[in-house]
Design a protein around this ligand. Structure first.
Ligand code: E4P
Length: 223
């Protein structure tokens, strides 16, 4: 399973990319808005394009950028503009009627699409039939309403296997490290997670303690 960062923050992307384990990045309008407001910068089309280009350079892998239009023709226009920014851009579309129409169109033009806001196996099936390269079920948001995000992911992974659908499954809306383990065991192709969860994957108190002891013992005898 590949590991993606779910962020629009360049420092976070550069830090994790340096570990050598980052395969891509997903963004969404909330994450982009957060990033620009944190910097006190007004969002312009050119500013966004520059920022996405920098993310693509830092990530060295697919970068999902979401459209904000809600009607298919405008989604297609916006998707084409986003895709033209960098060859690594994957256009993210919401799983709605208009999103499906736009997905079909953009995919037929060779533009990779990530269908987002997926909360049922049938939505994932529709997205795959519309030519999506990626589908993104939201595990955490399903868990938030006391349903089972893992069960949703299990169904989608199995459905895509049984039906031999080529779309990749991105386990999204990851809230904690257990979600990542669960997604990997269930056969997700990718898990996309916030920077904090990425850091939690690595951290273990026994690793820190063990290293501290090794170093103390070594200090006593080192040449
Ligand atoms: C996926 O691509 C989305 O950006 C993301 O995972 C949403 O997660 P959230 O529920 O933490 O906002």
């Amino acid at each position: 399973m590949e590991l993606y960062l779910d962020t629009a923050n360049l420092e976070e992307i550069r830090e994790i990319a340096a570990w050598g384990v980052l395969s891509g990045v997903t963004t969404n309008p909330t994450l982009v808005a957060k990033e620009f407001s944190a910097r006190g910068e007004r969002l312009t089309s050119e500013g966004l394009a520059q920022h996405l280009r920098a993310i693509c350079e830092a990530a060295q892998g697919p970068v999902s950028a979401e459209v904000t239009a809600l009607e298919a023709p405008a989604m297609v226009e916006e998707g084409r503009r986003l895709a033209a920014i960098h060859p690594n851009i994957v256009v993210k579309l919401p799983t709605t009627e208009e999103g499906l129409k736009a997905c079909k169109r953009l995919s037929s033009e060779g533009i990779r699409v990530n269908m987002t806001l997926i909360f049922s196996a049938n939505q994932a099936l529709l997205a795959a039939r519309a030519g999506a390269a990626y589908v993104s079920p939201f595990l955490g948001r399903v868990d938030d309403i006391s349903w089972d995000g893992g069960e949703l992911l299990r169904e989608i992974v199995e459905l895509f296997q049984v039906q031999d659908l080529p779309a990749k499954v991105i386990a999204a809306s990851i809230r904690h490290p257990r979600h990542v383990t669960e997604a990997a065991l269930l056969g997700a192709d990718i898990a996309t997670m916030p920077h904090a969860v990425f850091k939690q994957l690595l951290k273990h108190p026994l690793t820190d303690l063990g290293l501290k002891r090794f170093m103390e013992d070594w200090e006593k005898v080192k040449p």
